[in-house]
Design a protein around this ligand. Structure first.
Ligand SMILES: Nc1ncnc2c1ncn2[C@@H]1O[C@H](COP(=O)(O)OP(=O)(O)OP(=O)(O)O)[C@@H](O)[C@H]1O
Length: 258
């Protein structure tokens, strides 16, 4: 039995490895003039390969904003944000696309195309972000990953014939098919019942550990907190706490367990 202790503002440092995400003095605001609203304040954070980090915090605290900045979906305004070794600040559109190729996105609304089969939905990823990662054709690669996620029998079914949990697994397959090094998930279990939610995060955990993928997941779902290696709490745009709950994944020699 391990007990987490709070290590406010202390990063889980792993000197031997380059962090997947390295954030320094990051600020972000929406709007200008009368509409100016700062939503992230002086964020500093390192996330290492293979870590599963859960980002929690009250509604409106800036979680999705932070996730979309890390996903190279927003422009970095102030501070430094390195993702997979690439500084995103001042990076041109073309290079931002290159960074996104190594990121898998999973959202609450799985955003599947209802006119396409599970396999074709997964192939959207290989079409949008073609990566020269294997000789296997995208169609077979998509079927393989669906099978790995327990949907071997459903490869050529359309979403309306799938359950909520199965649809979310298609979305996970789509995020994983290009072998991303980083997965960003925003409330991936919000629309799922307890068992489906558990199955989905267990699968994500397995993939993270098997393929050394870094996962950053925003969730309000207390039922899945145990999959995390670290739990970070954001309040009013500030990193309020950073709790390491599993030290196995860092090379850190400090002991955080009581
Ligand atoms: N496009 C936008 N323009 C202006 N303000 C925005 C925009 N998107 C978000 N905000 C505001 O920024 C703040 C942070 O929003 P964000 O969605 O990042 O929070 P969150 O923690 O993800 O919230 P939730 O848990 O409700 O999804 C909120 O006050 C929100 O109203």
């Amino acid at each position: 039995m391990t007990t987490a202790i709070s290590i406010d503002n202390l990063q889980a440092e792993s000197p031997s490895t380059e962090p997947s995400v390295r954030i320094r003095d990051l600020n972000f605001h929406y709007g200008e003039g009368d509409l100016f609203k700062q939503v992230l304040f002086n964020i500093n954070l390192d996330i290492y390969p293979g870590q599963i980090v859960i980002l929690t915090g009250p509604s409106g605290s800036g979680k999705t904003t932070l996730l979309t900045l890390i996903g190279a979906l927003r422009t970095v305004q102030d501070g430094s944000l390195r993702v997979l070794g690439q500084e995103l600040r001042n990076l041109g559109a073309k290079n931002l696309v290159q960074v996104r190729k190594n990121i898998g996105f999973i959202f609450q609304a799985h955003n599947l195309f209802y006119s396409l089969t599970a396999r074709q939905n997964v192939m959207m990823s290989t079409d949008l972000y073609p990566k020269d990662i294997s000789d296997i054709a995208p169609s077979s690669r998509s079927a393989d990953i669906l099978t790995k996620l327990g949907l071997g029998e459903r490869v050529d079914y359309k979403p309306h014939a799938l359950s909520g949990g199965q649809k979310q697994r298609v979305a996970i397959a789509r995020a994983l098919v290009n072998h991303p090094r980083l997965i960003l998930a925003d409330e991936p279990t919000a629309a799922l019942d307890k068992k489906s939610g558990r199955d989905v995060v267990t699968l994500m955990q397995k993939m993270a550990k098997e393929e050394n993928i870094t996962i950053l997941m925003v969730t309000h779902d207390n039922r899945i907190l145990d999959v995390a290696d670290r739990i970070i709490n954001l309040v009013d745009g500030n990193l309020e706490s950073d709790n390491v709950v599993n030290t196995d994944v860092t090379n850190d020699t400090r002991t955080f367990m009581l």
